[in-house]
Design a protein around this ligand. Structure first.
Ligand code: 13P
Length: 336
């Protein structure tokens, strides 16, 4: 087993999942604005430190993805944030892309940037304690999107990123996110996501990336957020598993889904069903941002010094997600 494969398995085995707390300062400011908390370095640190100190970290969270600001911060007790995360038995991850920018040649689509100077930045992050990384490609979906150009440009960037990350001794999370925005059907999402993922693996193989030392972070197969289509969790699970089985090489150890705008309960119920039906060798777990943090953030915003109360809300969510990663969640556990 390679060192990179060991790291990947440490993050996602035994029902553990990933806490995606890597919102950029602009996105975190939007989240804090929505609950009427002033966004500044200290408030962002306090909320994140509160979550990372929670009891469920040891049992449920194998890795935490940070943003550049957070990986350099110290907690109020003097530990660095990576030291706090490590003390809970989890690994520190870091978002290393510099965001999705307008893709020249396709006015409405985006390509993720950040390859320039990446090798040097990765060394810095490794020295700060990071052992895995994230890069997110985003894809619009409609009858004409994603275009071949967007599929190809984002796959190319993801693969070059992944090769550089492995060179530095870290595990790259490959995140091609087909967005939920739009009125497309689940079948459209299935078809386009399949194309996107297939292209990513073509490029990853071309760039000699060791797939056993990577984690895929895809969207689940769902109808668009403004579509009228209603879909059962059984159908979400079936389509998602079919898409991944057809397009992800078997040397990939695991898949950690993004929540992408699903509610906390939807993201948990769908992951649970995927694990009940999992007919692949892939570990299937979570790498949730909003679906792990939303309720905790709302509660915390009422009294930012109520650490214990906020942690109880986060602990509940993390435990539910970990049960779902084992296929052992049920709706009645939500109220117990
Ligand atoms: P959500 O779970 O809120 O979609 O965030 C996950 C993520 O990391 C997006 O890049």
């Amino acid at each position: 087993m390679s060192e990179l494969n060991k790291i990947a398995l440490q993050i996602i085995s035994n029902g553990k999942g990933i806490l995606a707390a890597d919102e950029s300062t602009a996105t975190m400011t939007k989240r804090l604005d929505s609950v009427k908390v002033n966004s500044n370095e200290n408030s962002r640190l306090l909320f994140r430190q509160t979550l990372f100190s929670s009891l469920s970290m040891k049992e449920c969270i194998g890795g935490v993805i940070l943003y550049d600001e957070t990986i350099r911060q110290k907690t109020t007790t003097g530990k660095t944030i990576p030291e706090l995360i490590n003390s809970k038995g989890a690994l520190t991850g870091i978002k290393v892309d510099t965001g999705a920018k307008v893709l020249a040649g396709s006015k409405q689509e985006k390509v993720t940037e950040g390859l320039d100077g990446l090798r040097e930045r990765l060394k810095d992050y490794y020295n700060l304690g990071a052992r895995f990384t994230k890069w997110r490609g985003v894809y619009l979906i409609s009858d004409k999107y994603p275009s071949d150009l967007s599929i190809s440009a984002n796959a190319h960037a993801l693969a070059r990123y992944a090769a550089l990350v492995q060179e530095t001794g870290m595990v790259p999370i490959i995140e091609p996110e087909v967005l939920m925005d739009g009125n497309h059907s689940a079948k459209d999402c299935f078809n386009k996501t399949s194309e996107v993922i297939k292209k990513c693996y073509e490029e990853l193989e071309l760039n000699n990336v060791n797939l056993s030392g990577t984690i895929l972070k895809p969207n689940m197969i769902l109808p668009g957020a403004s579509s009228d289509e209603k879909i059962s969790k059984e159908d979400v699970a079936e389509l998602t598993l079919e898409c991944l089985k057809n397009n992800v090489p078997s040397s990939v150890p695991g898949i950690a889904f993004l929540s992408g705008g699903q509610t906390e309960i939807e993201a948990t119920a769908n992951l649970n069903q995927i694990n009940i039906k999992n007919n692949t060798d892939f570990i299937m777990t979570y790498s949730y941002g909003r679906a792990l943090q939303q309720s905790a953030l709302k509660f915390w915003s009422k009294d930012i010094n109520n650490t214990i109360g906020t942690q109880e809300i986060f602990d509940h969510r993390a435990k539910m997600c970990t049960l779902a990663a084992k296929g052992k969640w049920s709706e009645n556990l939500e109220n117990s």
